[in-house]
Design a binder for this molecule. Structure first.
Ligand code: PAF
Length: 282
């Protein structure tokens, strides 16, 4: 595995691969790998000749009061995992190389970035779109792989790629979960014992809502208030950030379920903010 740290070297490596007729897959990550990342990396490995994994805790997607400094990091362990999974190139740039002093450009999809997670994290998706545009350009990847746990992120990335004619195919993978249903997240390590015990009720509640829809309920407000009642007793340590039903592609809020709809939520348990979602197929 080749470890590359500068944008110029990544560009050169991608140009050489394309010159040889190779296809390139990019798996963008912020590291601290868990089984969810491993699934993305395995998928990336299976769809292209050259697999690039980027590991960059992107400062521009963290708000001033967020966990940039304490975001969990273990570059040595991550490198070993990436290598074992057949990664060809691990890209680990330093922040000043990605954002030099005179950096002045932002990429944003405002209509999709201000709701759901964007309401509490107003600059988050601008940072995500900007760093991904840079990574897509530098890697010249034919494919990029994202997890569906962050439903909003993958929907925004698909829209950005379409709107800006970026020649890359965005592929998504289902959320990987603990055996009790909790969606895997690098931030799960922050949870106290008690919080960790309550956390699986997030997904259990989403499944309960999905079941209600499969039994014929179409009114989002009824489903939503039923779920909030459930969570109030089952996740007493939780503080709701949002629970919303949206169109899976446009993220427009839905009040009556008539077609594809995704229910997405963010809940704070202590200092940890957990997100999850489920498809409510009518
Ligand atoms: O989902 C993530 O880990 C990050 O938002 C991403 C896509 C690597 C961009 O920094």
């Amino acid at each position: 595995m080749n470890v590359i740290t500068t944008p110029a070297d990544l560009r050169l490596c991608a140009q050489e691969a394309h010159a040889k007729g190779q296809t390139i897959a990019l798996v963008p990550t912020m590291g601290y790998f868990h089984a969810g990342h491993e699934d993305l990396i395995r998928h990336g490995r299976s769809i292209a000749d050259l697999l690039i994994v980027s590991l960059f805790v992107n400062p521009t997607q963290f708000g001033p009061a967020e966990d940039l400094d304490r975001y969990p990091r273990d570059h040595e362990r991550d490198s070993q995992i990436a290598k074992n999974l057949g990664c060809d190139v691990l890209f680990m740039p330093d922040p000043p190389d990605m954002y030099p002093k005179d950096f002045a450009t932002w990429v944003e999809v405002p209509s999709m970035s201000k709701l759901l997670c964007g309401a509490a994290r107003p600059i988050h998706f601008r940072g995500v779109c900007t760093v991904l545009t840079k990574l897509f350009n530098l890697s010249a990847a034919d494919f990029a792989v994202f997890g569906e746990k962050d439903w909003q992120q993958q929907a925004i990335v698909k829209r950005m790629v379409k709107d800006l004619n970026i020649p890359i195919n965005i592929q998504t993978r289902p959320t990987v979960r603990e055996s009790d249903g909790l969606a895997l997240s690098s931030r799960n390590v922050y949870l106290s014992k008690e919080e960790r015990l309550q956390a699986p009720n997030i997904y259990a509640g989403l499944k309960w809502a999905q079941n209600l829809v499969s039994q014929g309920e179409r009114n989002v407000e009824i489903i939503r208030s039923g779920l909030l009642n459930r969570w109030a007793s089952q996740i007493p340590l939780g503080r709701l950030d949002y629970l919303t039903v949206v169109d899976p592609a446009s993220l427009t809020p839905i009040s009556t379920i008539e077609g594809p709809a995704v229910m997405a939520c963010a809940i704070r348990l202590g200092t940890t903010r957990l997100i999850d979602n489920i498809m409510l197929n009518a």
